[in-house]
Design a binder for this molecule. Structure first.
Ligand code: IPD
Ligand code: CA
Length: 271
């Protein structure tokens, strides 16, 4: 699969390749976790960590893409981005939920998306996306126009929330953002039957797609956190929006139509 126009790249072939790579990458992450985790560094703050495994898993994914999709662009959490020549860019989070991973919690995932266009989420079109949670043994995947799937089962977001919405969110690593994020949670709570904090944005989005959550919102996500998960939600019939995109911390909201409208009304009012 070398060169060529992005329009000629079939989303289902990209999905198949992403599934194959994500399985290999997730199995490596899991193996490394069983051998013990060593922190490689902290990044923006003490909470923002990277392990040796994050880097090794990204290298594995990048190398497979270099061999199998020469000329495609790459945007990953742990290495330098590269522009491609084919019109397709791979957007990769090798381990989403690194803090869970470091603590031995099972909620972490490999997230791989193929997008058409530049590496800018405001202009790209996601073609395929995979979120693989190796400890949970669950692989969520989607190809544009072909639905979202958990293994062999087609996914659909929840459209009715008679007992209030089960929502999920996350918090940025920068402590100076915590007050603002907690104030947002306070505004949202009247709509929620309860609130979860999974610790992996890619899993939050996969769970919205699977109807295990009614909605998810978070400020300040990076493109690799949501590239695959957002396609899953859309292909499962849901809505994903990003607002305040000019700010350092855009707000992402993902849910079925009704909950999305109710969340957005509260969040827009709270500005
Ligand atoms: C983080 C997780 C977390 C979210 C943070 C992300 P990382 O990604 O997705 O749930 O709240 O905003 O940065 O650092 O574990 O790859
Ligand atoms: Ca991440």
């Amino acid at each position: 699969m070398t060169g060529g126009n992005a329009n000629l790249r079939d989303p289902q072939s990209l999905q198949e390749l992403a599934v194959d790579i994500a399985r290999e990458a997730g199995d490596l992450a899991r193996r490394r976790r069983a051998e013990g985790v060593s922190l490689a560094a902290t990044k923006s703050s003490v909470a923002d960590i990277v392990t040796e495994a994050d880097r090794e898993v990204e290298e594995l994914i990048r190398e497979r893409l270099r061999v199998e999709c020469a000329g495609d662009g790459f945007l990953g959490e742990e290495s330098e981005p590269s522009d491609g020549t084919t019109g397709v860019t791979w957007v990769v989070d090798p381990i989403d939920g690194t803090v869970n991973y470091a603590y031995g919690l099972p909620l972490y995932s490999v997230s791989i998306a193929a997008v058409a266009g530049s590496a800018d989420p405001e202009s790209w079109q996601a073609l395929a996306g995979v979120v693989y949670a190796p400890v949970l043994g669950e692989l969520f995947s989607a190809a544009r126009g072909s639905g979202a799937w958990l293994d062999g089962t087609r996914l659909a977001v929840n459209t009715e929330t008679p007992a209030g919405a089960l929502l999920s969110t996350g918090f940025g690593y920068d402590p100076s953002t915590h007050d603002g994020d907690l104030a947002t949670v306070r505004q949202i709570m009247p709509l929620a039957r309860d609130l979860r904090r999974m610790g992996s944005a890619a899993i939050d989005l996969s769970y919205v797609a699977a109807g295990r959550l009614d909605g998810y919102f978070e400020r300040g996500l990076k493109p690799w956190d949501f590239a695959a998960g957002a396609l899953l939600v859309e292909e499962a019939g849901g809505v994903v929006t990003r607002s305040d995109t000019a700010s350092a911390r855009p707000m992402l909201v993902a849910a079925g139509n009704q909950v999305h409208a109710r969340l957005s009304a509260i969040l827009d009012n709270g500005k």
